[in-house]
Design a protein around this ligand. Sequence first.
Ligand code: FRU
Length: 494
Amino acid sequence: MLYLRDKHRMEIEKSTKFVQENSITIKNHPLRQHYHFEVPYGWCNDPNGVIFFKGQYHLFYQHYPYQANCGAFKTYWGHAVSNDLLNWEHKKIALAPTDDFDNGGCWSGSAVELDGELLLFYTGISSKNNNAQVQCLARSSDGIHFIKSKKNPILSTPMCDTDALDFRDPKVWKYGDYWYMVVGSAKEELGTVLLYKSTDLKSWEFINYLIESFGKLGTVCECPDFFELDGKYVLLCSPKGMGQRKTIYLVGDFDYHVGRLFWSTYGEIDWGMDYYAPQSFLDGHNRRIMIAWANAWDWMPWFKNGYHTSQFGWSGGMALIRSLSLAKDNRLRCTPIQELKTLRNSRKVLENIALENGKVINLFASDNPCCELLFDIHVKDNLKQEEQKIILEFTENKSTIMICDIKKCEIVFHRGFTSKKCPLKLVDMHLKLHLFIDTTSVELFTDDDCVSMSNNVYDLGTTLKINMKAVGEGSHLHKLNCFPISAPNAESSG
Ligand code: FRU
């Protein structure tokens, strides 16, 4: 056992050193984002183990240190800490796939605190065991150096009628005297989420299928997350096999004795091309905070042309961090965290501008793409017109554009030949759009933060010029607040 721990420790040292040395070479690359979390070097996908521990935010993530691809999914857990969710300090790699129960990869999972220790639950891929997916535990007293449990795997079979090859991404929490865990799985190729309970975090008992797909929720429910919010219960999950949808939430009623979620509200967490595997946690202010991977898998219908920054040595980061609440109609509201406002620079305002058919207005120009834009557009109910659209162009060659189609009630984001849509809702004939732009991303929030759409784009360049134009008459820009955004203090590595 000592030997295995040494092997793990040595691989952690080796991989961390590799990342630190190589990160220097890309730190100032023009495509690095300025106010989003990004992997320092190599590959990153899902956020894992997000937790507020001993006064600091910890973010772990699926990581492959040696290449900017997922290394055939032989993933490690990267690690960063923050005091404010804006500045991240990269720490030592937390987990490496060095043991029999995880030598095919330390896949996604979660964290809890117990008696001053930070405990990580993750899925081990046991390549010695036909790539079976098993649940594992690691612990740390300083939140930096992790030791894998001698009892691993702590849960080696689903204990119910599901597929052990799709049995992953444990999310653990405490309620009353018990610990609970949800795990994503599949039953006869239909997604399901399994619920377990335990008194000691090591032996687990199956309670129920928290949800079953019955054909509506895809083929595998990846990365489930379950919590109480504003008096209801919310399940987040990232189902495979749902076409245009890939991050969904279900809101409903739940009773721990029954172990089944009776959901009545269903929605998309984010409609964009690049938002997957969100995970949430309660922070020190009792806010439910959500972090997600800002990228796509190759099985998603819109995935084309690989991972753009891989050629430079890194790929992957997190979308803007959001805080969660329920709207009156129980839809999930995902609001960009208020800390982001501290990054705003002096405001520019545009007011009362008529948007005439076909006329192009240059809204914003800057020598730096980073900005936040809040639009309030007034639309006249012009039923006689066949088309009524408001178009935002982010690049001069018009390859990155957003079309708000008032008649069709949809917003379409075009990235080259690929596009993705989300619903458009007017309130009292006003359309409100809140946009965050960083070096390689455009994130939209609308409909009182109940609709969001996050997309990566790679052609913004180092300067930004946004044009606006209308198709059809009757719209006018009531107000636009523009805030150039400064990067938080530069990242450091620990
Ligand atoms: C989701 C996912 C998880 C898995 C991990 C592997 O993006 O497929 O289900 O644990 O990525 O990296």
